[in-house]
Design a protein around this ligand. Structure first.
Ligand code: HEM
Length: 230
């Protein structure tokens, strides 16, 4: 790719969008949807953990893991640890978020895995886990040969971008699905809650766009494992 630009300013925009998205999904679930709970007679509170953990845990922390190479001026080895730890946190919170959706379905006697959103969701989190394990073994411990590492890196980046874009799209699908359920059960189509949910999805997509732009930009400190073009 011929265009060259610095990634750092774009990562600042991504951080601001991350904070906005996190606040919006919390306001939605705490104020409009009645709060969060792992165990409750009100099964909706169990479901509410799903969007909160999927957006803040999986999408936002996963995005911060991706842009950590571009947002931090630290040594490569330090950034590698930050990258893999943030991704591990994203996967764990994503698994808890998905478990909350299953728990809500099971306790409310609703079928599991009937929607496109749920099929893509299971596929994404599984491939994300495989990508993390491969990255850990090849780039961190026990570490592949220099040839394997340099040959794996472009694929790691490409597959990571593909999965992340799919995850952001699937989160948007999740917001759409939940809002459609709520609108069929009576909430106003142009009411404040509907606008809040739609704008949370817009902010999520914009966050994903700035994560991707940051990936394409140049890191603050170049190192031997950096890439400047895909
Ligand atoms: C990338 C992030 C996400 C992933 C990987 C994901 C994954 C999943 C999975 C695997 C299920 C199936 C649970 C079951 O069958 O019991 C599910 C259900 C659901 N999710 Fe998500 N989700 C994500 C984000 C979101 C967001 C942000 C919302 C917004 C509210 C949402 C709304 C829903 C709804 C309404 C269901 C229940 C209906 C259904 O099974 O399709 N999801 N999700």
């Amino acid at each position: 790719m011929a265009i060259e630009f610095r990634a750092l300013p774009l990562t600042f925009v991504a951080h601001v969008l991350a904070i906005a998205g996190a606040i919006m999904v919390l306001v939605w679930n705490l104020y409009y949807r009645g709060g969060l709970a792992w165990d409750s007679a009100n099964k909706n509170l169990i479901f509410n953990l799903h969007p909160v953990l999927m957006l803040i845990g999986f999408i936002i922390i996963g995005g911060e893991a991706i842009i950590s190479y571009k947002s931090l001026s630290l040594k490569k080895e330090v950034k590698k640890v930050i990258h893999l730890v943030l991704h591990a946190i994203a996967i764990i919170l994503g698994c808890v978020g998905i478990a909350a959706a299953f728990k809500n379905h099971n306790e409310s006697h609703i079928a599991n895995l009937y929607s496109l959103h749920s099929w893509l969701g299971i596929t994404i989190i599984s491939l994300y886990g495989i990508q993390w394990i491969y990255g850990f073994i090849v780039f961190f411990y026990p570490k592949g040969s220099p040839t394997l590492r340099s040959e794996s890196l472009p694929w790691h980046v490409l597959f990571g971008i593909f999965l992340y874009v799919l995850a952001v799209g699937n989160a948007a699908l999740g917001f759409l699905e939940k809002l459609t359920f709520l609108e069929s059960s009576g909430i106003a189509k142009y009411g404040p809650e509907a606008l809040l949910v739609n704008f949370t999805a817009v902010i999520t997509v914009l966050y994903g766009a700035f994560v991707m732009l940051s990936v394409l930009g140049q890191a603050p400190v170049e190192d031997d494992d950096s890439y400047t073009a895909i």
